[in-house]
Design a binder for this molecule. Structure first.
Ligand SMILES: Cc1cc2nc3c(=O)[nH]c(=O)nc-3n(C[C@H](O)[C@H](O)[C@H](O)COP(=O)(O)OP(=O)(O)OC[C@H]3O[C@@H](n4cnc5c(N)ncnc54)[C@H](O)[C@@H]3O)c2cc1C
Length: 444
């Protein structure tokens, strides 16, 4: 199979600025009625005037273009979504239950994610990546999607934003093709208070030495490349936090306990130990003492990915139940989905999913356009994880006993939804961030 990202990228190059756009709904309609022409519109988001699309020639004035709904996708984005959905349905879906029971992602799937170019989304072509934009990011199974998300939004982005040219040339081609990344911030004691981290770094003749333990580290069981935050100058408090690149093969590095979890069971979450790990000078990422700034920036972006993951989960849970109640299950002589009590719940949930999608797309488009997206990403993550929890729970109920058994995916989606309110900042932390921004805006 040709790389999905590369195929889409080729199309992107040949598409014109005013190429046809479609909404996700129109896309679904098209697959049912191929002869229906898709509605034509400019593939520019509502943020067009200030959008800094790397593929848009500088001399094109976008100020006269009409704003378009944020749920419009460019031709390339639609193509990518269709290809990735196909890949997810044909390659990942058949293995989801097996991977959940085994609490392990099939290594073949990891290989294929790399082969398809999905692990180097934002990486420019010159470093061996797909060179796509942020909104093209994808959703698949929640366990697989968090692997893809952490790798792309936290690890790859960290190198792209803070790495030297030399480190980009050294690491990005590997991250795009065969090396899974992991992001090590949280620890046994500091969780939400992440900057109180206890892992220490000290200077040596050849570079640095890292000692301490990290906890809850996604991808750690399979990854070879770790971005690690340690405090180099504890006397400066959080201003001593520094980012390093650590290789799995380095002496003193070890993976300890693998957590057994309620949800996203196939995604590995481990304790990672650093026992005087010697890190060469060139593995310093960015500048000494700036690690706290990097984590803030990276997690702001990462939240859009988690919001997308939770929106996808809600949609998957809803669709699974909707198919059942509108096609399979009859009571009192009619399909259970025909009872008004059921229909209203399904309609309400659908509305909430669309609201979450709008928040996600808006945050992603604002990020792409270089605008301040922090509150938008925070609201998207908060709301998407709330509706994912609510709708996946309802979906279990809509399916009655069949929702609770492990033959289907309803119970798994419900279990998987819980993590959305915890990682990359708990819901309380998101609320605090939103409230702070609002207070600043409304304080005289
Ligand atoms: C499956 C999984 C994967 C993860 N992956 C990674 C990873 O790859 N890399 C990484 O670095 N970390 C990772 N994490 C860690 C994750 O980011 C933390 O779990 C999260 O930040 C919360 O920290 P905590 O678990 O210590 O909860 P705590 O901080 O102990 O919070 C407990 C409760 O107190 C509330 N609370 C805490 N502080 C406040 C406050 N100031 N105001 C109001 N309420 C508050 C919280 O909202 C929560 O309800 C992962 C966690 C899990 C469970």
């Amino acid at each position: 199979m040709a790389s999905l990202a590369r195929t889409a990228r080729t199309a992107l190059r040949s598409s014109t600025l005013a190429s046809t756009c479609r909404t996700a709904t129109q896309q679904t309609q098209r697959s049912r009625t191929p002869h229906q022409a898709t509605k034509s519109a400019r593939c520019i988001s509502t943020t067009a005037p200030s959008r800094k699309d790397p593929y848009m020639p500088d001399d094109i004035d976008t100020s006269s273009l009409h704003p378009t709904p944020i749920t419009f996708f460019s031709e390339t984005e639609v193509m990518l979504c269709e290809s990735v959905s196909k890949f997810a349905n044909e390659v990942i879906a058949p293995k989801v239950r097996e991977m959940d029971e085994a609490e392990k992602i099939d290594p073949v799937i990891i290989e294929q994610l790399f082969e398809q170019g999905l692990m180097g989304f934002d990486i420019p072509e010159e470093y061996g990546g797909a060179g796509m934009n942020f909104t093209s990011a994808i959703r698949v199974d929640p366990s697989v999607s968090v692997m893809v998300d952490v790798h792309n939004t936290l690890v790859v982005t960290a190198i792209l934003k803070y790495g030297t040219e030399e480190s980009k040339r050294k690491w990005l081609p590997k991250l795009a093709t065969n090396t899974l990344g992991s992001f090590c911030l949280s620890e046994p004691i500091p969780g939400s208070d992440a900057f109180a981290l206890k892992t220490r770094a000290t200077k040596t003749d050849s570079g640095y030495k890292i000692s301490g333990s990290k906890m809850w580290i996604t991808n750690s069981n399979e990854a070879d490349f770790f971005i690690v935050f340690a405090n180099l100058y504890p006397e400066k408090g959080y201003k001593g936090i520094t980012a390093f690149v650590v290789d799995r093969e380095m002496k003193g590095f070890s993976i300890a306990k693998k957590e057994k979890k309620l949800g996203i069971k196939a995604s590995s979450t481990c304790v990672v130990n650093f026992d005087d790990v010697e890190v060469p000078r060139e593995n310093l990422l960015g500048k000494e003492g700036e690690g706290y700034k990097y984590t803030i920036g990276l997690l702001n972006e990462g939240r859009i990915g988690i919001a997308a993951q939770m929106t996808g989960l809600a949609l998957g849970a809803w669709e699974n139940a909707a198919r059942y109640v509108w096609n399979d299950r009859k009571q009192l002589g009619k399909l259970v989905g025909e009872f008004q009590g059921m229909q209203h719940q399904l309609a309400q949930a659908w509305t909430e999913i669309q609201a979450a999608r709008s928040l996600v797309f808006n945050a992603a488009r604002k990020k792409e356009s270089g605008e301040d997206f922090v509150t938008d990403a925070t609201m998207a993550k908060l709301y998407a994880s709330q509706i994912a929890g609510k709708i996946s729970s309802q979906a279990v109920e809509w399916m009655g006993g069949m929702g609770l058994v492990r033959d289907g995916i309803a119970e798994k989606m419900y279990r998987d939804s819980k993590i959305g309110a915890i990682y990359e900042g708990t819901s309380n932390i998101q609320l605090t961030t939103i409230a702070k921004a609002l207070q600043k805006r409304y304080t005289y």
